[in-house]
Design a protein around this ligand. Structure first.
Ligand code: SF4
Length: 308
């Protein structure tokens, strides 16, 4: 394999194949909440959730106002000003929570955004049903992704991090989405409290046997204001070193089917929110280390799968 041959299928490469040119994501905030934050399941939320609902919390104003602000910002950047196509990414909180009519109105608002060729909607597995899937399946864009926070397929881990749903809920959501031909991107995090690297790889294997089209792998980090912060300050929350994460993520990548689009390979803390580990702010360095592990072992996406 040549030195510069891609070893995995990035979202950027996938989008260039679909559209023939660069597509830029624009983060949007739909003002959603979450059953794990509003008292329906809990008030505390997942132990890693930041004040913005595990997203950047980018925006005040309507989706159109936020969209226009981002478009103007990109138009002023020399390397971005020729970009014509955009994906709207609604990340923070649980965007399919509440009645289907709320989701329908969000999708209508997205449809009116100029230059939008697709969308990614973030949610949790227990806030989906047939009516909502049908709405998403009807979206007119060439690219639509339902991003589902699964975190782990280990029920003990899910209980420990106060997710308020089970691994079965996640499996059911993924199977339901596949039935409606809605593409899903699953979020998994390495080395959650109490989990070994092997536990994380077991979740990756389980994910790889399900009808999933995309994946985001995250390293665990502690953002300001989350429930884990206290454990970290008391010294009872071990975190991976950067090299350990790179080695683990490379192995995980080698277990993911080659057709699955890799949306992200490490977490991306918002400016000012990172408590630990410090290396989580060095995303480029983490990706370079991961690439080095892949090259050293001559691994490519899916190369360690048993069923190849
Ligand atoms: S499901 Fe998402 S938004 Fe809700 S508490 Fe957990 S991380 Fe936060």
């Amino acid at each position: 394999m040549q030195e510069n041959t891609p070893r995995y299928l990035t979202l950027d490469r996938h989008l260039r194949t679909v559209f023939g040119e660069k597509v830029q994501k624009i983060p949007l905030d739909a003002g959603s909440t979450c059953p794990n934050r509003d008292g329906t399941l809990s008030f505390g939320g997942c132990t890693f959730c930041n004040a913005e609902g595990s997203g950047p919390g980018t925006g005040l104003g309507s989706l159109r106002t936020q969209w226009d602000r981002w478009r103007a910002r990109y138009a002023a950047m020399p390397r971005m000003k020729s970009t014509r196509l955009f994906l709207g990414y609604i990340q923070s909180f649980t965007n399919t929570y509440g009645p289907a009519s709320r989701l329908a109105s969000m999708l209508r608002e997205l449809s009116a955004l100029p230059g939008l060729v697709g969308a990614c909607i973030g949610t949790r597995p227990d806030c989906l049903d047939e009516e909502k899937m049908a709405l998403m399946a009807d979206c007119p864009w060439p690219e639509f992704w339902l991003e589902i926070g699964v975190q782990s397929f280990n029920n003990a881990t899910l209980a420990r991090i106060n997710r308020g749903h089970t691994a079965k809920d996640a499996e059911n959501a993924l199977i339901l989405a596949a039935r409606f031909r809605v593409k899903t991107c699953v979020h998994l995090t390495a080395a959650r409290p109490g989990e070994s690297g092997e536990d994380f790889l077991s979740s990756v294997r389980r994910l790889s046997a399900l009808p999933v089209s995309g994946v985001k792998l995250h390293n665990l980090y502690v953002p300001k204001g989350c429930a884990m912060e206290k454990d970290r300050l008391q010294g009872s929350l071990p975190l991976l070193e950067q090299e350990q994460y790179a080695a683990l993520a490379a192995r995980a990548l080698a277990l993911v089917p080659p057709s699955v689009v890799i949306h992200r390979l490490c977490a991306d803390p918002a400016p000012g929110e990172l408590i630990a580990p410090a290396w989580a702010a060095q995303k480029r360095q983490t990706l370079d280390l991961l690439d080095a592990v892949l090259r050293y072992n001559n691994w490519t996406q899916g190369c360690l799968r048993q069923d190849r």
